[in-house]
Design a protein around this ligand. Structure first.
Ligand SMILES: Cc1cc2nc3c(=O)[nH]c(=O)nc-3n(C[C@H](O)[C@H](O)[C@H](O)COP(=O)(O)O)c2cc1C
Length: 180
């Protein structure tokens, strides 16, 4: 594969291609990513599945249970960062996004396999103290399912595979090289 870090237009195309592949491929390093939000007690981060990347709409998507702390945090501050790392190519990508909540949408729910739907029906609600871990049950429930659709405000990409390291930033389709 040719080096995508030789030109800014190639690099932007490469990033979106890689994001889309990550969202579609179960063993891809971009299949699971870190989502960081502003919680009431400070920054919070957790792993999430990366569900969709759409260059034309400049959107990404993740799914969650409506009752989780991250969804409550987004009520207060809808800005978030998604962090990705590919150890094979030594590339880090950071996506600065604004997340919009789409709750209980039937079209998305229809595309989720039965086994994955169990993730959106934990009883009691995620984060609730329980007397014993085996007391937790799971019932698929569309009313607890939400998509977090992220409008990508900017992207920051860093390659450790180059000497010196190469880093670029893209804001609203405009790219520039920056010092790593
Ligand atoms: C590999 C992996 C994938 C995960 N995928 C998701 C996901 O797609 N959506 C989600 O809400 N939580 C997912 N989780 C669980 C979250 O990391 C987290 O524990 C949970 O959502 C509660 O987070 P919160 O209290 O910060 O909202 C995943 C965890 C792991 C380890």
């Amino acid at each position: 594969m040719s080096d995508p870090f030789l030109s800014l237009p190639d690099l932007e195309t490469h990033i979106w291609d890689r994001l889309a592949r990550g969202a579609a491929t179960s063993r891809d390093p971009f299949r699971f990513v870190t989502l960081a939000t502003q919680g009431t007690d400070g920054p919070e981060a957790r792993m999430v599945g990366f569900r969709r990347a759409d260059r034309v709409a400049a959107e990404i998507e993740i799914h969650s249970d409506l009752r989780t702390a991250k969804v409550r945090a987004l009520d207060v501050d809808d800005r978030a960062t998604i962090l990705l790392w590919d150890p094979a190519t030594e590339v880090q990508i950071r996506l600065m996004v604004t997340l919009r909540l789409v709750s209980s949408e039937a079209g998305r729910w229809a595309r989720i396999p039965d086994v994955a739907r169990l993730n959106y029906g934990t009883n009691p609600a995620p984060g609730t103290p329980v007397e014993a871990p085996e007391r937790v049950t799971r019932t698929p429930d569309i009313s607890r399912f939400c998509a977090l659709v992220g409008a990508v405000r900017s992207m920051d990409v860093l390659s450790l595979a180059h000497t010196p390291h190469r880093r670029a930033r893209f804001v609203g389709g405009h790219g520039e090289w920056i010092a790593p």
